[in-house]
Design a protein around this ligand. Structure first.
Ligand code: SF4
Length: 440
């Protein structure tokens, strides 16, 4: 039996698909990611609900496979992920060819469903269950989920409605996976969760582990290959001084921090239900920088939230100027059915204006980052080899193991995943050109 896996959305979805793939392979079900494969017995579509556009894309794919199912009654069309949680059996009503709609909590039961052909059985696990391993061998950045769900209910976000409340993975299982990845040769791992710094695990004896303790436990492990440990995403409101001190004193944790700021306006942050002010989030960056002078940052920024004024948008630009992130994931607000912000009917900004603000922000952030990047020329950095350059056969591409910035260097046949020490020599666009100093 061969099953196609189509995956959409966030790193957690990717990690879960890795785990699901391994489980399917473990019961001798062949899997492929090749959508052109003609020899298929079914498809699993792991969906994303974060944006309407993500759902639209998936609808197109379901429609396509629904057509295949009409010609081949035995074909399995399994829908899982956040659209399965959000829409449930409505999907089945719309596409009669769907074999099963499987919610996130039940995702890892899919191999059993296929094996036993028990798609009609009602199944809904109360809580999310974690797999033993998520990261696949050879992942250049091995993502290790530490929690699922979110309790924050930011007004624009669908996650708490589709992934439910926070559930923390057992600390022993996390440690086991970190050690497993180290043995497999991973150089970089990322601890993953919607709100990692509210990690709170309680074992069977009632002993609690918070995120700060988890970081200390992982840092104390006898790691041989892992050189950098990141986490994403931390919530600014939960970023304690203790955590900053722990990272400062750590051996393995990266000094690059990805912080989802979202807006530079306190009024907009309040409407977003982010529960911090502009001053508090700027204060967080200052606290980190004071404790860890070589700290660098990236951030998530959203523009065009309903009622955002030009002045409030400018406050986001000024925040970028003050904090100087190396990179940012920037996007404009879009109505997401089911969220609080979708109920805001007054003050919705025209899409053309939202796009304009986004373009202004992107240009501003990139120009600002260029100054900081230029200051980094001459630095020695650790880089992971990613692929051969398409433009120049004498060059290969990689990324900085801490900041994830792109780096290009003269090389031909280095193995993907090799760790290099390089010196940054110049910058073209947003990519550094570097000289290899040492292969590690
Ligand atoms: S913290 Fe806010 S934005 Fe992030 S997942 Fe939770 S609700 Fe969504």
């Amino acid at each position: 039996m061969k099953i196609l896996i189509e995956n959409y959305g966030c790193e957690l979805n990717k990690a879960e698909m890795n785990a699901l793939t391994a489980a399917l392979n473990g019961i001798d079900i062949e899997t492929t990611r090749d959508t052109k494969d003609k020899d298929l017995d079914g498809v699993i579509i792991n969906t994303c609900s974060v944006r309407g556009s993500a759902e639209e894309r998936v609808y197109g794919r379901i429609g396509y496979w629904n057509g295949i199912k009409k010609k081949n009654k035995k074909f399995m069309l399994i829908i899982t992920g956040c659209m399965a949680d959000r829409l449930g059996d409505d999907l089945k009503q719309k596409y009669k060819g769907i074999t099963a709609v499987v919610k996130n909590n039940d995702k890892l039961s899919i191999p059993l469903l296929i094996k036993e052909n028990s798609f009609d059985s009602e199944m809904s696990h109360e809580t999310y269950t974690f797999a033993k391993y998520y990261a696949a061998k050879g992942d250049l950045n091995a993502y290790i989920p530490i929690m699922n769900g979110c309790n924050n209910f930011c007004s624009y976000c669908i996650v708490p409605y589709v992934r439910g409340r926070e559930v923390s993975r057992s600390k022993d299982d996390i440690i086991n996976e970190v050690m497993h990845q180290d043995k497999l040769g991973a150089h970089l791992i990322t601890l993953l969760g919607q709100n990692v710094n509210s990690y709170a695990y309680k074992d069977e004896n009632g002993v609690k582990t918070d995120f700060n303790t988890l970081v200390k436990l992982i840092d104390a492990l006898p790691l041989k290959n892992i050189k950098s440990i990141r986490f994403e995403s931390p919530h600014p409101k939960d970023f304690s001084n203790e955590l900053i001190t722990t990272i400062k004193n750590s051996k393995h944790f990266s000094h690059h921090f990805h912080i989802p700021v979202q807006s530079g306006s306190t009024r907009i942050l309040e409407l977003m239900n982010r529960r911090y002010t502009r001053e508090e989030v700027i204060g967080l960056f200052k606290r980190i920088k004071e404790a860890i002078p070589d700290a660098t940052f990236s951030m998530d920024l959203m523009v065009g939230f309903p009622t955002e004024t030009k002045q409030e948008f400018n406050e986001t630009l000024i925040l970028v100027k003050e904090v100087n992130p190396l990179d940012a994931f920037m996007y404009y607000w879009n109505k997401r059915e089911g969220t609080k912000a979708a109920e805001m009917t007054v003050g919705v900004i025209a899409e053309s204006q939202r796009i304009e603000r986004l373009e202004t922000l992107i240009a501003f952030q990139r120009a600002n980052a260029l100054h900081i990047k230029r200051d980094r020329i001459g630095m020695e950095r650790l880089v992971i080899v990613q692929k051969a350059s398409r433009d120049n056969p004498n060059e290969m591409l990689g990324f900085d193991i801490n900041t994830l910035e792109g780096v290009v260097f003269e090389a031909k046949n280095l193995k993907v995943g090799t760790l290099l020490k390089v010196r940054l020599e110049s910058i073209v666009g947003s990519t550094y050109k570097a000289t290899i100093l040492e292969e590690l």
